[in-house]
Design a protein around this ligand. Structure first.
Ligand code: DON
Length: 559
């Protein structure tokens, strides 16, 4: 009898993790990316003695080949590094608006007709090469070689990879250079087909040999400018000659004894994440329970207030003064807490400045921890799925449509429904405000978690969901990622939610408090993101890697 009770108890314990597959365990190193071939490449680099930065650069180039919707060399992003000695740095390789930027094109809405108008100067090659040169150990040719080989010899398209291509099927079929690579017998490639990208392989080889100069000062820039000019775009050779990546200090904040290291402007993601965490810290979420009416009320209120600040105040720090210190101060969160009613939803229209919320109906993140304890989190993007869905000439890579992240038409929501202020108006050479937030968390000075996700405006809320799930609701890292998510971004004044996020009773209670609901992902299912994360056990130093179950093409690979 006693034995049965003990077994039941053990089972009950095991069942606490039953909602998800277990995380992938690693003794010394781990790589998690949204495409399993890229995760394997990163892991091989680590096994050969490369460090986390070498692996991150190899993965960055590999994803441009095997995850072309989102992985890129035609876009930009951010790399957050925490070295084993505790030092941190943040590499900003966000795209810049063309020097010929002119607001009038956007006032006239011409960017909706001419996709090249939304292309900003790409930063990825400069960002990855800067990181490698300064902090990597291996030569560029070595870390780029797996990407070059995959582009030249091809790889087998996964089910999910095929689904991504089918989402932009018309656009890929209608252009000679994309048609050549992504179709067979005039049909878009399907799962099981081999994707061969000769043009991309040549471009990557040029970068491997010539470094960033090959991209920014050579024939690649020339081809990009030529295609841009032919299609009413604004890029000139000066945009490429003058492009710079920069190192910045990350934004840092604290949540219930954990230290959060995350993205500074020109991303709003880190500040928004810190604000959400600081506001929710005033409430005993764990006592309220996962997605109870109380915990949801306060979490959603925190998101609402954080986004009202984000959309109003933040922009490229090279052009505007950001009130970062104020927004991430505990005093600011206290003031907001005092305004949050315990039983009533705040009407978003009473907060901040107000625009017209007319809505219009992409990115990838990955994380690496190496044998020495160096940690890297990268989020980089083309903005939309396959960016502008344009490849210049025979360069072989997709170009971003990052200009959409600016507040291009005041009062009008961008592709992520964000209504933004003057701080994020477009200007020549300015970087559009981002939501991307590669994040690293420590506890008592030790590495605790490394996180990254795509998802546009949902990036900081996805990260907050995962962090709450681990710290407040006691989930393991895989469960925390897989649990249904909620999102609110001030405007529109609705709670977006995934299926099974709430019971009908909970939703009713929240409705009665004045909350509004909209089921589903905000801007189409692909944008709910693909969280990648690594958690480190403080006692054993064991690594748990978790890839979002919503993205089966990805993997956590460790050793
Ligand atoms: O930088 C940003 O915030 C957006 N361009 C990111 C876009 C994105 O995450 C789309 N992904 N699924």
């Amino acid at each position: 009898m006693k034995k049965i009770a003990l077994c039941a108890l053990m089972l009950a314990h095991l069942n606490t993790n039953a909602a998800s597959r277990p995380p992938v365990l690693g003794k010394s190193a781990m790589v998690v990316t949204a495409q399993h071939l890229a995760s394997d490449i990163g892991n091989n680099i680590l096994q050969e003695g490369g460090n986390a930065i070498d692996a991150a650069v190899a993965v960055g180039y590999a994803l441009s080949v095997v995850h072309p919707c989102c992985g890129n060399i035609g876009g930009g992003g951010f790399m957050l590094i925490r070295f084993a000695n505790g030092k941190t740095t943040f590499i900003n390789f966000r795209e810049k608006a063309p020097l010929a930027f002119d607001q009038k094109h956007f006032n006239q809405g011409l960017h909706n007709t001419y996709p090249y108008l939304e292309v900003a100067t790409p930063g990825t090659v400069m960002g990855l090469n800067t990181a490698l040169k300064k902090y990597g150990k291996l030569p560029r040719a070595r870390v780029m070689q797996p990407a070059i080989e995959l582009a030249e010899k091809g790889y087998t398209l996964s089910q999910q990879g095929a689904e991504y291509l089918s989402l932009v099927d018309e656009s890929l079929k209608n252009q000679a250079n994309t048609c050549k690579t992504f179709t067979k017998n005039n049909k878009i490639l399907r799962a099981g087909d081999t994707v061969i990208q000769q043009d991309l392989s040549r471009t990557l080889s040029q970068i491997a040999k010539g470094g960033s100069d090959a991209f920014y000062h050579g024939s690649i820039a020339k081809q990009l400018v030529k295609a841009s000019k032919a299609n009413r775009g604004l890029l000139t050779l000066d945009d490429f000659r003058q492009y710079t990546a920069q190192e910045l200090a990350p934004v840092e904040c604290d949540y219930r004894g954990y230290h959060i290291i995350t993205a500074p402007p020109p991303s709003a993601g880190g500040i928004t994440l810190c604000e959400i965490l600081h506001i929710t810290e005033h409430y005993p979420l764990s006592q309220f329970g996962f997605h109870s009416s109380k915990s949801t009320h306060y979490t959603v209120e925190a998101m609402r207030h954080a986004f009202a600040d984000r959309n109003q105040f933040l922009g490229d720090p090279d052009f505007v003064d950001n009130p970062t210190e104020k927004l991430i101060s505990k005093a600011h969160s206290k003031r907001i807490q005092q305004r949050i009613h315990p039983d009533r939803a705040t009407d978003s229209h009473t907060l901040g400045f107000i625009g017209n919320t007319k809505e219009k109906p992409n990115t990838t993140g990955y994380v690496v921890v190496d044998q020495k304890g160096n940690a890297v989190s990268v989020t980089y993007t083309l903005n939309g799925f396959f960016g502008a869905q344009r490849i210049a000439g025979n360069t072989g890579f997709f170009l971003n449509n990052e200009m959409d992240d600016f507040n291009l038409q005041p009062g009008v929501a961008n592709d992520f429904g964000l209504v933004q202020g003057d701080a994020n108006r477009g200007a020549p050479g300015k970087r559009p405000l981002s939501s991307m937030a590669p994040t690293i968390i420590t506890q008592n000075g030790k590495l605790f978690m490394v996180l990254s996700t795509p998802g546009g405006s949902t990036i900081p809320t996805q990260l907050a969901n995962v962090i709450h799930n681990v710290i407040d609701y006691g989930m393991n890292i895989q469960e925390a990622i897989d649990a249904p998510r909620i999102h609110m971004q001030w405007l529109p004044d609705v709670i977006f939610f995934e299926p099974r996020a709430f019971s009908a009773d909970t939703q009713r209670i929240l409705n009665n408090m004045g909350h509004h609901f909209r089921p589903g992902a905000p801007w189409g299912a692909p944008l709910w993101g693909a969280v990648t994360a690594i958690q480190i056990d403080s006692k054993t130093n064991q690594l748990s890697g978790a890839m979002d179950s919503r993205r089966p093409a990805g993997s956590a690979t460790g050793h």
